[in-house]
Design a protein around this ligand. Sequence first.
Ligand code: HXC
Length: 555
Amino acid sequence: MLRAFLFDTLSGAKIRIRRQIRRTNTGKGHTNLTMTIGRIADRKRAELARRREQSEQGGGPARIEAQRRRGKLTARDRIALLLDDSTFEELDPFVLSRPTDFDPPGKSHHPGDAVVTGHGRVNGRLTFVYSQDFTVSGGSLSEVVAQKICKAMDLAASAGAPIVGLIDSGGARIQEGIDSLSGYGSIFHRNVRASGVIPQISAILGPAAGGATYSPALTDFVAMVSGIGQMYITGPDVIKSVTGEVVSLEDLGGAEIHASRSGVAHFSFESEETCFAELRRLLGFLPQNNMEDPPEHRGADDPARTDEALAHLIPDSANEPYDMLAVVVRAVDDGVFMQVHEGFARNILVGFARMDGRTVGIVANQPNHLAGVLDIDASSKAARFVRFCDAFNIPIVTFIDVPGFMPGTSQEYGGIIRHGAKLLYAYAEATVPKVSVLTRKAYGGAYIVMSSKNLRGDVNLAWPTGEVAVMGAEGAVNIIHRTRIRSSDDSDETRRRLVEEYEERLMNPYIAASRGLIDNVIDPAETRPRIIRALEMLRNKRETLPPKKHGSIPL
Ligand code: HXC
């Protein structure tokens, strides 16, 4: 039928055009030809506009209204907020999902299906985006939705540009069964292939359930918006029926939980507007791909600026906390530090800043929280960040004040050994410039882990308050002078005197400096210019690892 119709239409058109040409050749009907073609072209343009509008309408006004009532923006609103104005170029607005056995008679398939994909600019730089449209079948992933996402991912990888996935989906399109599962598989595979090649970012702006959580989890950064974004493998109902546990959706998989307890989310934002503004800021720190250096943005901050306040930050008592964030903020350009994983494992700080206009990744022990100890979460958090920086040519600046690894059965049973080893591995493997500043303690294994010379730290600086030792004075004295203390008439006084002696002799940076394990002891006020000069010296650093398929990192 269709063929016959097309044949008739085409033959009819050909005959009409031949007649017009004959008339034109005889000098008559020229205006007529233009008008006929013009009318056809106008009709086709009008049809394009109609189809485009239909595609852009998503699930239609009622569902858009319902989306807004849920406190969520539409897929297209979101793209508009992420990208620079009028830069969005859409891909595949007319694809149609495959009919399924479950379709009611006459079901119309929505052009573009449940995702909007394409590319545009973020601060003038090419960026790919896919935005799941909850107003069409709950944003669920059909075979063609997966194909659209995969096409955008493939283009992003070959164009060498970041991709941002905006997630708002009921998961696999249930009616399409295995075809939608297979679609997820194709996305996961591309996530892994693109890992370390282009930055991949996910924003969770609605449900992300079951296996659908794994694409975001495979990307470099996951942002969630409070109140609307939820991630979980199984929902509250399944949990209740399997384990009897009762939990709300928000307590199970909301933004706060994932940004503070599970560590699945790197960022949690109060609103979608803030989320997109911050993602744009994040992209501004990153290179477009692993073959590029990060972009440079030189501000007003003088690279030679010294800061007296840094000399007065360390408290007199070794066990008294202070805020390492203040050190970081005072050292970097314009005091701007974009923390990653801010609410998770707060005993270590990681994030991006600039020094003399160039992006650096900051890793810093935080004495203000759990004395800055390295535990399972802190090790995992920092290891992931170090590896990201290394993959994307971002130098790493480490501020060290670490009393050691966290003791206790929960840490040992949870695998602190393998998690700590992960951070050690990440630093040892990283070939980007590595500069460190020891502000106070660097004890035991934690000293080695934190960008030490033995892990090929390039420039290791220490403040005069730095202490490199196997362990704290108290612990060391209790072990090496146990008999002396026990046999003394006044064991407390003997211990106090021995601790004092130990501190005097060993708790300083000069023994490590005398062995070249610390390159220089610096005035804290000079921290910023010293780091900047070290980074400048390392600008063309080249270091390669032995040929191998990949290492076997402890996970
Ligand atoms: C098809 C879906 C859908 C899905 C939602 N819809 N999820 N259609 N496949 N997976 C449709 C609904 O039928 C509804 O259509 C519309 O989207 C909006 O959904 P509501 O339920 O009205 O919205 P809301 O109350 O906000 O609830 C959202 C929701 C809920 C929490 C996501 O819809 C839900 O629980 N959906 C099912 C989630 C799920 O179990 N997914 C499969 C997971 S398995 P109408 O036409 O009625 O408006 C999976 C495997 C992946 O994803 C494995 C990868 C390896």
